[in-house]
Design a protein around this ligand. Structure first.
Ligand code: DOR
Length: 437
């Protein structure tokens, strides 16, 4: 299948490319990116992208697809369709499944289901510890051979510093990052929301910023000592950004990601006990969102990752204290992030870089073609209208997780089409494909 995408603003931050023009896909690969191109004689489809942005398919370093074990929350089929609808062509899936991805056979299972039911690329992440229990290291060599792209016990921290040190030493050998859920459990025990005004008003136990920061500090020290690649997941506090800045200045091998919700929402969203805004780490303060944004612009934070955490309605209703942590984020990521561009807080090219070349780089040389529109690379392409207004209706989500704090919100900017390896895997109803046979 050949596709010609015409007249869009093509932005490929990894190659410093930004101009209005055409993109041609031949046999699933990008074959032309530039000014207007004469269409091939026949056998191709045309998408008119006038007024739209054409960019590399987004790469999500952090999402939860829930299969195996929690298929009532999400499956690989529904999660990858939701990702495509959000403009993502690659997602890395977290191993907090049941059973967890701590051995070759579970990783093989995920890969087999992706092969038969996934609509985009899924790169599995293996556990740091067996069963995510924090007691004994998983077999890193076995997991690496099975094709995991990183190690993480996400959803839970690696509380034992000796194990984290060993994990980072293995990372130094394999070159695969350890993705760190930074939380000191003794400081967050029973916690529901950020420590401060809101926790006091609601009378809920809190999860203080320092609970994240002491763990970030510990693991930066261990990364420096071992030389292993530490990747900090869902950074949420100003203090954590400060620690990462200090570490980067001292050449510690650390990278970091931030979520759309920690960049755009604050703890006030949980006033009224809306469990759809209950997430770990919790939504923080305005000062924190400002520091995260600064960290992103100053390249202290390399990537935006969704931490898509779909849950069933039952998991999110009833007593706030018992509700699950997490936000279903794949389908609203771009629209919510574009609010930062429309309000002049971040450049569009920076935003796209953090969704494409930034995360791809963290995955290492093997995935160097992801997050780019390089000629000859598999054509993973996202087309979005930066100015289209739409109202978030969770009932229309493809994800099984309808748990979003953005229900009813007006967002400006929408994914119009997503192409994975040259095939259209998502298309908004209004996008016409003209066939030239
Ligand atoms: O809010 C969260 N939900 N944070 C995590 O770290 C895990 C995730 C989940 O798996 O639901």
């Amino acid at each position: 299948m050949n596709i010609l995408i015409k007249n869009g603003r093509i932005i490929d931050p990894g190659r410093g490319f930004d101009r209005v023009g055409d993109l041609l896909i031949t046999d699933g690969k990008t074959s032309w990116v530039g000014g207007e191109i004469a269409p091939p004689q026949s056998g191709y489809d045309i998408i008119n992208a006038w007024g739209m942005v054409i960019c590399p398919g987004f790469v999500d370093l952090h999402c939860h697809l829930r299969q195996p074990g929690f298929e009532h929350k999400e499956t690989i089929a529904t999660g990858t369709k939701a990702a495509a609808r959000g403009g993502f062509t690659t997602v890395c899936c977290m191993p907090n499944t049941d059973p967890p991805l701590d051995n070759k056979s579970t990783v093989d299972y995920v890969r087999a289901v992706v092969e038969s039911e996934g609509v985009i690329r899924v790169l599995p992440i293996g556990c740091v510890t067996k069963g995510r229990k924090g007691q004994e290291l998983a077999d890193f060599a076995e997991l690496a051979a099975a094709g995991v792209v990183a190690f993480s016990d996400d959803g839970a921290p690696v509380s034992n510093a000796r194990l984290m040190r060993q994990a980072l030493a293995h990372s130094k050998e394999s070159g695969l990052p350890v993705i760190d859920h930074c939380e000191d459990l003794a400081l967050t025990e029973g916690g529901q929301v950020n420590e401060g005004e809101v926790s006091t008003k609601l009378g809920l136990h809190d999860m203080p910023a320092v609970a994240e920061e002491v763990m970030v500090a510990r693991d930066l020290v261990l990364a420096r000592a071992t030389g292993g690649h530490l990747h900090i997941a869902h950074v949420s506090t100003a203090g954590a950004v400060g620690l990462i800045r200090l570490a980067r200045r001292n050449d510690v091998p650390v990278t970091a990601e931030v979520t759309p919700h920690h960049l755009t929402l604050t703890e006030s969203k949980v006033l009224g006990y809306d469990a759809n805004a209950k997430v770990n780490p919790p939504l923080r303060t305005k000062e924190d969102t400002q520091a995260l944004l600064r960290g992103l612009k100053e390249n202290m934070i390399d990537a935006i990752a969704t931490d898509h955490a779909p849950h069933s309605e039952a998991d999110k209703t009833g007593d706030f204290r018992k509700a699950a942590f997490g936000i279903s984020g794949l389908e609203t990521a771009l629209g919510s992030l574009l609010s930062l561009v429309h309000s002049g807080q971040v450049e569009l090219t920076t935003l796209i870089a953090k969704l494409t070349s930034g995360p791809a780089k963290i995955l290492g040389d093997k995935y160097s073609k992801l997050g780019s529109l390089a000629i000859g690379a598999p054509a993973d392409v996202t087309i979005f209208d930066p100015n289209l207004n739409w109202v978030v209706d969770p009932r229309s989500f493809v994800s099984k997780g309808k748990n979003t704090p953005l229900a009813g919100a007006l967002l400006k900017g929408k994914v119009m089409a997503t192409l994975y390896q040259g095939k259209i895997v998502y298309r908004d109803d209004s996008v016409r494909v003209k066939k030239e046979t």
